[in-house]
Structure formats: C-alpha cells, structure tokens
Design a protein around this ligand. Structure first.
Ligand code: DAT
Ligand code: MG
Length: 172
C-alpha cells in the first residue's frame, strides 16, 4: 500500500519534472562507427537542425569498450551485447546532445525502428541502413535514459546553454 502510494508520487513527480522541461528537453544522439565511416554525420546533424532542435553538445571520439558496456548495460543479458559494445567501440563516433520540445520521443521517430527493415522511409534508419547490427545511430529511449546518457558522455562544462534566435519562429 505504502509502496504503491510512493510509486504513484514518484511517477507524478517524474511527469511534473518532464513537463517543466518544456522546450528544454534533451536527448542523446550518437552516430555509430558505421555511420561515421559511411559519411552520415552531416546528414544526421542536418535532419535534427532542420527539424528545429538545438545542438547543445557535440564531440567526436573513439569510446572505450568500458564506456559502451556502461552505456548499454540494460542490454547486458542479451546475446548481442558483447558484440555490440565491441563494434561501437571499434571506431570513432559522433556524440551529440540535442534540445527541444519532446526531443526524446521525436528523436526516436526521426531515427526509425531499431531494425532498419521495420523503419519507414523518411526516417534515418529507414532511409540509410539495412542491418540491425549496423543501424548507424543511437537515440535515447526515455527522458530518464537521456539524462543518464548525457551525464555519461558529457562533462557538465561540455554542454552549452545558448539562446537560439530562431526559437520564437519554431515555438508558438
Ligand atoms: P535502439 O538502438 O533502437 O534503442 P536497443 O536499445 O534495443 O535499440 O538496442 C541497442 C542496439 O543493439 C541496437 O541499436 C542494435 C543492437 N541490437 C538490438 N537488438 C538486436 C538484435 N536482436 N540483434 C543484433 N543487434 C541488436
Ligand atoms: Mg536503446
């Protein structure tokens, strides 16, 4: 009973916190090594910029396998986990934080489904890749995981809060 009440309160607080972010919700987007090798970074940036989202963090790096193990730790029990961590750490990635209203959910729509074969044309995975194990891009699946991932990949001082002059033309 107490547990249920506490979980209802926790959920309420989470929803209120999400609401209060308004246009400042952030998502973690990463072009994986296959996307980098295929020259797709620019296309990804272009789509997020044209949508109206604001870039607040970006870095190009080759991540360690340990960082990938932490990043994907929710998938640790899956058979593809070791190979996934190896492949994403095998070459450079472009890690980004994008900000805007519903950035997490809309970002996922823009990416398409995990399996490119199920992704509609018009989405990044639907347009630009074929195999699930080479699906070129990562995007946070919830506001909670976005917070975790941005905290994992970026130091606070690497994130830039800035005012876009286009804001009043993007939001009503
Ligand atoms: P997403 O990247 O859409 O959030 P996920 O978090 O379930 O998908 O999995 C992370 C990555 O792991 C995914 O982008 C590709 C890989 N993956 C997922 N399911 C897989 C599978 N069944 N076989 C091989 N790789 C898989
Ligand atoms: Mg995921």
């Amino acid at each position: 009973m107490v547990c249920t009440l506490l979980s209802v309160i926790a959920e309420f607080l989470r929803v209120m916190a999400d609401k209060s972010r308004g246009n400042a919700e952030r998502t973690f987007i990463m072009v994986k090594p296959d996307g980098v090798q295929r020259g797709i970074i620019g296309e990804v940036i272009k789509r997020f910029e044209l949508k109206g989202f604001k870039l607040v963090g970006m870095k190009f790096l080759q991540a360690s396998e340990d960082l990938l193990k932490e990043h994907y730790k929710d998938l640790a029990s899956r058979p593809f986990y070791p190979g996934l961590c190896k492949y994403v750490s095998s070459g450079p990635v472009c890690a980004m934080a994008w900000e805007g209203k519903n950035a997490v959910k809309t970002g996922r729509f823009m990416l398409g489904e995990t399996n490119p074969a199920d992704s509609r044309p018009g989405t990044i995975r639907g347009d630009l890749c074929i195999d699930i194990g080479r699906n070129i891009i990562h995007g946070s699946d919830s506001v909670e995981s976005a917070d975790k991932e941005i905290g994992l990949w970026f130091k606070p001082e690497e994130l830039v809060s800035w005012k876009s002059m286009a804001e009043s033309w993007i939001y009503e």
